[in-house]
Design a protein around this ligand. Structure first.
Ligand code: 5AD
Ligand code: SF4
Length: 470
């Protein structure tokens, strides 16, 4: 054939369900596919490749995937009538848990890839192009850490001034309700130098805040630049040295892995933001034992005291499950009492959802739906009251806000306080990516309102280091 061939770019649409790690993974998949000629699109109708990056943590999350696949089937058939071929893939934890089942239940799916095999996406897509259906659900986290490309400077920049960075994947804790040890596999830590390199690249591309991710992020360990064994605390100290990286966060943690160095980091590291998500799940010792959490309510409360001694203003959050098999009224009241004792700034709560293959799924004493619903509503009301009280306590204070993006109204920016609250401030777009001193003036439904204040002798537009934070 003669003449110029026009190479049109292929488009990929990725829909992300579930946790922040899936958000991070979706970005990495987009990065891997970019070198294969795919550009991201926000419109599923225009996509040549549709990926659903799925969550299996609760039944509802998994069911959503099948209903979405029903809609995509209609779209794919319509595209085929117009002579356009659309490839459909399922990735994430549903892919891992139900690989062959998805292929059977949803013939629309061409590709099934588990969370530890994304490095093979380009190769698997070539198999699909050759007319085969590709299913890959190997456990290979170390290989994924090694081989999945990091974002380029431009890709990082396009995603804003805050970023996630996975430092650990998998879980060895085997809580009896949880699918994660089966879908994400055994705990593997990413090497320290790779994490530092990626964080430095992010900072260099304009990222001001990094949230370190892991299913059990505080179980991270590795050999540090000094040749010694590091835990998350030591890693945070190293990351805080990276120029431009003003803020660090991490999620999600297990109470049993909060060691002294990590608590010390909360005391001594201004860049480590005063917000900690530390799930306890239940306040009843019987239930904690049945969940295999390996600690008692009193251990958790003592730990909270130590963390608050180190960082008195820390905002705490947790996950709670109501209606775990065997949960009595008294057990539930123990959870309510724990919440009252701790005083949370936020919390996430769920009705127990039996997950196939987990030890608790077939236990006696499954709690009736109506009772779970009643407990959930009571718990959520208590937590919402605490959250509102926490937010109200910040009205009238001055704090550092990292401006992330345009706000709700024109002329406004949305930023985050050190305590992860959304703050709406009248400020110019040029301030995105800077940290400003903000006087908190009011309380909205989902955010705070504030005004920029000047610090004598400091130009208003300059990014203000977090050391200034009180
Ligand atoms: N049922 C209800 N909630 C669950 N979670 C995990 N597994 C289940 C389940 N089977 C919740 C836990 C966990 C959060 C991510 O999801 O609270 O901390
Ligand atoms: Fe699941 Fe428990 Fe591991 Fe968290 S610690 S991922 S709840 S098994």
């Amino acid at each position: 054939m003669t003449g110029t061939q026009i190479q049109t770019k292929k488009r990929v649409f990725i829909k992300t369900y579930g946790c922040q790690m899936n958000v991070y993974d979706s970005d990495r998949m987009a990065d891997a596919l970019a070198s294969d000629g795919y550009e991201p699109t926000d419109s599923v109708e225009s996509a040549d490749l549709v990926l659903l990056n799925t969550c299996h943590i609760r039944e509802k999350a998994a069911e959503k995937v099948y209903s979405e696949l029903g809609r995509i089937r209609v779209m794919k058939e319509e595209a085929a009538r117009q002579g356009r071929q659309v490839t459909v893939g399922v990735t994430g934890c549903v892919a891992q848990a139900e690989g062959p089942e998805i292929a059977r239940r949803a013939p629309v799916v061409d590709l099934v890839v588990g969370p530890q095999s994304y490095q093979h996406l380009p190769k698997l897509l070539r198999e699909v192009a050759e007319g085969r259906r590709a299913v890959e659900t190997e456990f290979a986290i170390a290989e994924k850490f090694e081989q999945l490309p990091a974002a380029t400077r431009a890709q990082t920049r396009s995603r804003g001034v805050t970023a996630f960075l996975t430092i650990q994947e998998g879980c060895d804790k085997f809580c009896t309700f949880c699918v994660v040890p089966y879908t994400r596999g055994a705990e593997v830590s990413r090497p320290a130098e790779k994490i530092v390199e990626e964080a430095a690249r992010m900072a260099e591309a304009g990222v001001r805040e990094v949230t370190l991710l892991g299913q059990n992020v505080n179980a991270w360990h590795g050999v540090g630049s000094d040749g010694r064994e590091w835990g998350l605390g030591e890693l945070l100290f190293r990351l805080a040295e990276i120029p431009g990286l003003d803020r660090l966060r991490y999620t999600t943690s297990h109470p049993r892995d909060m060691d002294d160095a990590l608590i010390a980091a909360h005391r001594d590291l201004p860049a480590l933001m005063p917000y900690l998500h530390l799930p306890v799940q239940s306040g009843a010792d019987r239930i904690l034992a049945a969940m295999n959490r390996k600690h008692k309510a009193a251990d958790y409360l003592r730990l909270i005291d130590r963390i608050r001694d180190a960082r008195p203003d820390i905002a705490l959050s947790s996950d709670f499950i109501v209606g775990f098999p065997g949960e009595t009224d008294a057990d539930f009241e123990a959870t309510m009492k724990l919440i009252e004792t701790v005083g949370y700034a936020a919390a996430y709560s769920f009705k127990y959802s039996p997950r196939p293959g987990t030890p608790a799924a077939n236990r006696d004493g499954q709690v009736a739906e109506a009772l779970m619903q009643e407990r959930l509503l009571r718990l959520q009301k208590l937590v919402l009251d605490q959250q509102t009280a926490f937010n109200r306590s910040k009205v009238g204070t001055v704090m550092d806000v990292l401006f992330e993006k345009p706000g709700k109204r024109p002329g406004q920016l949305m930023g985050r306080s050190p305590f992860l609250q959304a703050v709406q401030v009248d400020a110019d777009q040029s301030r995105i990516g800077t940290i400003g001193r903000v006087s908190i003036s009011g309380l909205g439904a989902n955010s705070l309102f504030g005004e920029l204040v000047e610090i004598p002798g400091r130009p208003v537009a300059a990014p203000i280091p977090t050391e200034v934070a009180s």
